[in-house]
Design a protein around this ligand. Structure first.
Ligand SMILES: NC(=O)c1ccc[n+]([C@@H]2O[C@H](COP(=O)([O-])OP(=O)(O)OC[C@H]3O[C@@H](n4cnc5c(N)ncnc54)[C@H](OP(=O)(O)O)[C@@H]3O)[C@@H](O)[C@H]2O)c1
Length: 249
């Protein structure tokens, strides 16, 4: 079985490519830097030739309203080429709860990406993950000023990217589910508490101040992005991840 990871040069995709190859799967990795541009379709037929499974882990260049036209064009180009080349399964990486959060441009764009895959001609699986543990620091940096980090009490269920990669690899090796597989970390934290735990672990003297309107997650209703019952639960706890934190590369 041959798998193509589109977004294989990115944060999640590169780890997935490594994982699949280490377990003996024939895997190719694609992004603009390898000559495949999903926006224009350049390089697509060559990338999909004889491919059984495509895992889509691309991301938009920005989290604003421009994300929707990006996901529309890239997804439609992929679906058309995948249908033509006889790809049997598309696995899409998405985000838990995006359809329960109105008014966030990036989430609306991910819903659009999911809808296009769902209504497309190729059998599919959507893997919806919660926020990556590796993403907590960037979240804090958005609303950090001087010695203060402003964070809402929105509940998050952070997951280590290694657990996301495990799920993507399993789903890619199986039959299309024609639906959603949710995957989440083993614990739920209010975001302000997650911030304090993170600062403490890093010996960072900044203070977390609760601000329910701060950042992207200020717009998220309580529990909206917590995994639903039946989700697959990752094995890595945040405290352990902080202790053994691998460098983000
Ligand atoms: N952050 C979170 O907590 C979280 C949680 C759940 C799900 N997700 C989802 O995870 C996905 C992957 O995130 P990530 O952090 O791995 O993203 P990333 O590191 O920014 O990687 C993006 C990938 O997309 C490729 N790409 C971008 N534009 C392209 C184009 N026009 N044609 C072909 N390839 C293109 C990039 O390759 P080149 O630069 O070589 O083109 C790169 O391989 C996203 O869809 C995100 O929504 C994120």
């Amino acid at each position: 079985m041959k798998t193509a990871v589109i977004g294989g040069t990115g944060f999640v995709g590169s780890r997935l490519v490594k994982r699949l190859r280490s377990t003996g799967h024939e895997t190719t990795s694609h992004g603009r830097s390898t000559g495949l541009d999903l926006l224009t379709g350049a390089g697509l037929p060559e990338a999909l030739r004889s491919v059984d499974v495509v895992v889509l882990t691309i991301d938009a260049p920005s989290f604003d309203a421009a994300a929707s036209p990006f996901f529309r064009s890239t997804t439609l180009n992929l679906l058309e080429a995948a249908d033509r080349e006889g790809v049997g399964h598309i696995v899409l990486l998405s985000i838990v709860g995006i359809d329960r959060v109105p008014g966030v441009d990036y989430y609306a764009a991910k819903v659009l990406q999911e809808d296009l895959v769902r209504s497309g001609p190729v059998p599919f699986s959507v893997v919806r993950a919660t926020q990556f543990m590796e993403f907590v620091e960037p979240i804090m940096s958005w609303t950090s000023e001087g010695d203060v980090v402003r964070l809402p009490t929105t509940r998050l269920q952070p997951i280590a990217v290694a657990d996301v990669v495990d799920t993507l690899a399993d789903v890619a090796a199986g039959a299309p589910v024609d639906g959603i597989v949710d995957v989440a970390g083993p614990e739920v934290f209010p975001l302000d508490e997650l911030g304090r735990v993170t600062l403490r672990a890093h010996g960072d003297q900044r203070t977390v101040v609760v601000d329910e309107s701060a950042g992207l997650f200020g717009a998220v209703p309580e529990n909206a992005i917590i995994a639903p019952p039946g989700a697959r639960i990752g094995s890595v706890y945040y405290a352990d991840w902080l202790t053994n934190e691998p460098p983000v590369s």
